[in-house]
Design a protein around this ligand. Structure first.
Ligand code: FEO
Length: 165
């Protein structure tokens, strides 16, 4: 049987993942307002991915016989000043999510709750990918700086991104 603490952390992760979706939508709005529709598309797809992550936790809890707990969260930050800041915050956010996933995994390992340990392996890999994506885009945005053709090139590239599970 998983402990109450482990169930609590799994439930909290539903909230963190839905919060991530809101955070990325706020970033999409920032980009959209600046006519950077490709960057906006990237963050809208990212938000869809986060909702998919939230539902994975929801379904896992239901599958192990628990009732998923749906709770609210604070408004995401919206006062962004630049694309560089947006991607720096995105990377920091993904690093925080990785830390949260690792904490749940360590607890599940301590409790020898193998279903949770197994379930979280997908997220461990996913977080490596999430951090790498945000880190690479942060580097590219930094390299581009105020170079308008460079920003527009990146915008066109990011317009191609689609949500995939
Ligand atoms: Fe659900 Fe971007 O981590």
């Amino acid at each position: 049987m998983p402990s109450k603490e482990l169930i609590k952390k799994l439930n909290e992760q539903i909230k963190h993942e839905f919060f991530s979706a809101h955070y990325y939508l706020a970033m999409a709005a920032f980009c959209s307002q600046r006519s950077l529709d490709g960057f906006a598309n990237f963050f809208i797809a990212q938000a869809a991915e986060e909702r998919f992550h939230a539902m994975k936790f929801f379904n896992f809890l239901a599958d192990i016989g628990e009732t998923p707990q749906i709770t609210g969260f604070d408004d995401p930050r919206t006062d962004f000043s630049s694309l560089e800041e947006v991607f720096r915050l995105s990377l920091e956010h993904e690093q925080l999510v990785s830390k949260l996933i690792h904490q749940i995994l360590e607890l599940a390992q301590e409790e020898k709750h193998h279903p949770t340990v197994n379930f979280l392996q997908w997220f461990v890999e996913e977080q490596v990918e999430e951090e790498a994506t945000m880190g690479k885009l942060l580097d590219e945005v930094k390299l581009t700086g105020d170079n308008t053709p460079g920003v527009l090139f990146l915008d066109r590239e990011l317009a191609k991104r689609e949500f995939s599970e």
